[in-house]
Write a protein that binds this ligand. Structure first.
Ligand SMILES: [Zn+2]
Length: 349
């Protein structure tokens, strides 16, 4: 993927850099110098897709039927990426030099942890505004929640189930913890009922424990997914979970727990908090669509956290992403490219 992008971009871009984030997982950063060096903007799209298991179409045939292109990644997010590339290369071809400097960024591993976007911001990359490609039906997405994930292990003591007092029951402790999570969710619903993104939430997504019906289980593992608002403190949430785990094991000295944070995707704060960029304003005007907010997370959170005003935008619908017959509407794709072309042309120092 990155090899193809490099071939496509090298003849036109002023610089193309490929940076390996982890073995076999590179980011690509192409720079198109403008007549003015500032401001500078970026178009970003992730190179990875989800898997192809269970698909009912040929995942990589890119078959076109009735104005739609079918395939894995068609809308999440190779279609939006194609619109970005086409717009940049078209402006470059027609104008020779762009009005201001633009970057095209292909990031790796969006679907599994966002390591590409994280590595890019940690490397010191900066610009004055970034558009992150995701299928938003051409609506400018200005806010979304963040994600925190944890692995919680409760350790108990095995015993014959006929002699429960000789053991420490890890699964029963897990039950108390789940009750605590439900109470916390109820508090969130009350506290954040007015929030446009909806209240934050915590979900115990997997639970594994026990090996025999007649044995007191000595270990249970739970994976916990938290959808948090940008204005919430991640530390406070960790403390709240830690408190719930403590309460769940407190009645039995034979019980203990480990709480490990496994993944973190920062949220994208709402417009009023971050101050929308000129770029986002111009994009919204050209796209003729108002602001939108979403429940899913994107790379935009990483850029916003690094101080780069970020919005999410692209052709296609999130409801087609990750599906068994993923497709994108070609007319909408062309429209997206035209809007970006107009946007690039309209930028100035
Ligand atoms: Zn995506």
């Amino acid at each position: 993927m990155v090899g193809l992008l490099r071939e496509l971009l090298e003849p036109s871009a002023d610089q193309v850099e490929v940076v390996e984030v982890s073995p076999g997982r590179p980011n690509l950063i192409a720079r198109f110098d403008g007549r003015a060096r500032t401001p500078s903007y970026a178009l970003e799209a992730h190179t990875d897709t989800v898997g192809v298991e269970g698909m009912v179409i040929e995942p990589f045939a890119a078959e076109i039927r009735a104005g739609r292109l079918y395939g894995r990644g068609a809308c999440d997010t190779k279609g939006p990426m194609a619109a970005m590339l086409h717009a940049l290369l078209r402006t470059k071809r027609e104008w020779g030099t762009l009005p201001v400097t633009w970057y095209f960024i292909a990031s790796c591993d969006d679907e599994l942890g966002g390591s590409g976007a994280r590595a890019l911001t940690q490397s010191g990359f900066f610009c004055d505004g970034i558009i992150v490609a995701e299928p938003t039906e051409l609506k400018v997405l200005t806010a979304h929640k963040g994600v925190l994930r944890f692995l919680l292990t409760i350790h108990g003591k095995a015993a014959h189930s006929a002699y429960p007092d000789r053991g420490s029951h890890s699964i029963h402790a897990a039950g108390s913890l789940i009750e605590g999570v439900k109470r916390l969710n109820a508090t969130f619903r009350e506290q954040w009922s007015e929030h446009p993104l909806g209240p934050p939430s915590i979900s115990v997504g997997t639970i594994r424990g026990g090996d025999h019906v007649n044995r007191i289980p000595d270990r249970v593992e739970m994976e916990i997914d938290c959808r948090i608002l940008a204005e919430q403190s991640a530390d406070e949430l960790v403390e709240a979970l830690d408190r719930l785990a403590k309460e769940a094991v407190q009645d039995d000295p034979g019980l203990s727990y480990d709480l490990i944070a496994t993944q973190k995707y920062p949220g994208l704060p709402a417009v009023s908090d971050s101050g929308i960029s000129d770029l986002a304003d111009s994009l919204a005007a050209l796209a003729g669509q108002g602001d939108d907010q979403a429940s899913y997370t994107t790379n935009a959170g990483f850029y916003s956290e690094a101080g780069i005003p970020a919005v999410v935008w692209g052709p296609g619908s999130i409801h087609q992403a990750h599906t068994a017959d993923e497709w994108i509407d070609l007319e909408e794709l062309e429209q997206a490219s035209e809007i970006l072309y107009q946007l690039i042309k309209s930028t100035h120092a």
